[in-house]
Design a protein around this ligand. Sequence first.
Ligand SMILES: [Zn+2]
Length: 440
Amino acid sequence: MSSLLITNGHIVTLDADNRFIENGSIYIDGHDIIDVGNFAPDTYSVDRTIDARGSLVMPGLINAHHHLYSTFARGFTPPGPQATTFEDNLKSLWWKLDAALDSDDVYYSALLAIMHAARAGCTTIIDHHASPSCCDGSLDEVERAFRDVGLSGCLCYEVSDRNEVGQGIEENERYIRKCRASDDGQMAASFGLHALMTLGTRTLDRCADIGNSLDAGFHVHAAEDEIDVTVTMERYGRRIMDRFLDFAIPGPKTIFVHGIHFGPRELDLLRSTDSMLVNAPESNMNNGLSVAPVLDMLKHGVTVGVGTDGMSSHVISQARAMYLHQRTYHRDPTVAFTEACEILLNNNRQICNRLFREPRGMIETGQLADIIIPDYVPFTPLNAETFYGHLLFGLSFARVRTTIARGRVIVDDGRLMHLDEDEIRARCAEQAHRIWARIH
Ligand SMILES: [Zn+2]
């Protein structure tokens, strides 16, 4: 392992004291941050020194819900009449796209999206994967892409009865056991479920048995559209959270995604079970859905995170979208600014720290060395009072010059030097062509 020194940075530590260190330095050895402060550059002898040139330096960002497999949907129009409902859209686009993927496609769709994430300053992604034509072993292909780029990932396979009853159960179990047996912390695993609307009782029983016996936590879409609520009520006479509780799915390691149609009782149940809820505002807007009650969720004490849900790999833009979405929804120019920033920076960190072994999300001694240096020299004061303004109005548009993940320089002056980006892009263009041709 090598050592690194970052000098001349405007360091936003996001540590417990929320320290901002002007002209600061960070010493990294191996995967970890060893020292942070205003020490002299010759204090440590290192393999490489990076001069931040007065730029802001901050912890790597975290994406709490992504679908890396969605990469090749860009520009694709499904054949047939245009989908007019949420369910139609799943059937005509997403369930055809995921079924068209072979294991090479799984690898390349993940690789390209993880490269984009690294270039956008994201160092950890919690992914939700589906590839029904090559389910077994697919999470190994996603992992291979994470390892080739160098970011950290928490993976799961979305179990659903929509193609084959219980498909994906064994893949989740296998991958969770694999991560458990590994002594390296780069990859983590949870038990993936699509949503109650595509999961029968027998499948949920099996998932609950295995997932709970492994104490893995679940990662599942919930109450994204009314159809999930109505199908669950019509088939089982249960509200969404009651149905999940019947199978002991909620808990401190479980991520529910969306929760748009959750009312006060469901929010109380999320809090009392210490479950997590991830909001994906751009995805909700794209699907023409209602607005998730993010501010109510926070008032109820729910741990709310933010993710891109396959819309992009740029997670700061999601916090910005959340802030704008909530202000529009509430027609109130005083809300959601601080909340959106805290959700991105603090809550996504809390979510990760429940799923991964290595602590991350702060620049302090003992944390994983996930650090980014955007091309961003602030031209107005930068401190604890002003930082969120810089985040949503400046950093959301800034190019990231350097991304360090697990102590390794992944993005160096905007380039992923350890990968042949041109060749990967050319290969992805070939893969996309073949995938599109398979969809009818
Ligand atoms: Zn999703």
